[in-house]
Design a protein around this ligand. Structure first.
Ligand SMILES: Cc1cc2nc3c(=O)[nH]c(=O)nc-3n(C[C@H](O)[C@H](O)[C@H](O)COP(=O)(O)O)c2cc1C
Length: 366
């Protein structure tokens, strides 16, 4: 019997992948003081398969990059050292590991900022408070400070240094987090970006910051180690766009100039966090435009993942929640085995085991 399309090998630049099932970046909020902790060694190693691609959780590029408790960073020596055993464990099992480098911009508040200062953004427009995933707590956001034109190069440089640190920590490459309403998306999207300098207004101007980050990171570590995640259709944290398809296409075409390894796009059906909705839109135009590896994510199961690969809609499919709950997901897909359900309640708790490393493997359930 021919293997399922998701279980076929794929050559991504210099990396020989043995299958197409990618671990999507998943924030787990278990990195106290912004330092990855030892339980992450087991967590990532459980989700590693030989020749499988893993994308690490969003990881802050600087001391202004955080907006949630206990998310990891990669700007200090101590953080780089803490990542090393985690990366080593993934490599020991033959995995390929990319670090998602991140700045939240205005999705933050004074409590997460050095000296209680205002979060930085493309704008000074604040985000309204939102009810958190547990349905009880409310996240509030402090009014951001609009970056001056001449300060932007420093933030680009922070992305460059974070990429260098990621390589120093042993990662195979980085994924620039340009999705989900965070800093880069706050420049890309016209619902947020109200600048009148060369970083605002036209599509070209709004994409300038993202592309400067790509250029700097490529110059630092080489295009073959660089991916980017984009969500042109999503409108998280009040970051929507009036013409997401034009934005996605402009980015896909512009990225070709830098020859980066991959473009990772989130499906238009993920309009709100965690919910699938019917949409007439598709990533096909961007897939056709982009010349590197195209990764899709958002609401995939085994069946539509196989279809995405079989029809050439994507090269790889990233799985978030089901991979979180099924450490041996590629194997389960191979066997068409039943899946563990994920538990939202434990996504973001600080517990080093519960909801983190205690999801059972197939062998232990059968
Ligand atoms: C617990 C959790 C944490 C997440 N953290 C991140 C993150 O750090 N970076 C990111 O780009 N997306 C993040 N996402 C989005 C996922 O990568 C993925 O795109 C989303 O869950 C949809 O895919 P799925 O339907 O396969 O879960 C997160 C999602 C969840 C559920």
């Amino acid at each position: 019997m021919a293997p399922a399309p998701l279980l076929t090998p794929y050559k991504m630049g210099a990396f020989d992948l043995s299958h197409r099932v990618v671990l999507a970046p998943l924030t787990r909020q278990r990195s106290f003081n912004n330092i990855p902790q030892p339980p992450a060694i087991l967590y990532y190693s459980q989700r590693t398969s030989k020749g499988g691609l893993l994308i690490a959780e969003a990881t802050g590029i600087s001391d202004t990059a955080q907006g949630y408790a206990s998310t990891p960073g990669i700007w200090s020596k101590e953080q780089v050292e803490a990542w090393k055993p985690i990366v080593d464990a993934v490599h020991e099992k033959g995995g390929i590991f990319f670090c998602q480098i991140w700045h939240v911009g205005r999705v933050s508040n004074y409590d997460f900022q050095p000296n209680g200062q205002a979060p930085i953004s493309s704008t000074d427009k604040p985000i309204k408070p939102v009810v958190r995933a547990n349905g009880i707590d409310v996240s509030t956001f402090s009014p951001p400070r609009r970056l001056a034109t001449e300060e932007i190069a420093d933030v680009v440089n922070d992305f460059r240094l974070a990429a260098r640190n990621a390589i120093e920590a042993g990662f195979d490459g980085v994924e620039i987090h340009g999705a989900h309403g965070y800093l880069i998306d706050q420049f890309l999207k016209d619902q947020v970006n109200d600048r009148i300098d060369k970083y605002g207004g036209s599509l070209e101007n709004r994409c300038r910051f993202a592309l400067e980050v790509v250029e700097a990171v490529v110059a630092e570590i080489g295009a073959g180690k660089v991916g980017i995640r984009l969500s042109p259709f999503a409108a998280y944290s009040e970051a929507g766009d009036s013409n997401p398809e034009a934005l996605g296409l402009y980015m896909a075409n512009s990225l070709n100039k830098y020859g980066i390894l991959y473009c990772h796009m989130v499906e238009p059906r993920m309009i709100t966090v965690g919910e699938k909705t019917e949409t007439p839109h598709s990533l096909l135009p961007m897939r056709r435009a982009f010349k590197g590896t195209f990764i899709v994510a958002g609401g995939y199961d085994r069946e539509d993942g196989n279809r995405a690969i079989a029809t050439g809609y994507a090269d790889l499919v990233a799985y978030g929640r089901v991979f979180l709950a099924n450490p041996d997901l590629p194997r389960r897909f191979e066997l068409d085995a039943p899946l563990n359900n994920y538990n939202r309640e434990t996504f973001y708790i600080p517990d080093p085991v519960v909801g983190y490393t205690d999801y059972p493997f197939l062998d232990s359930t059968s």
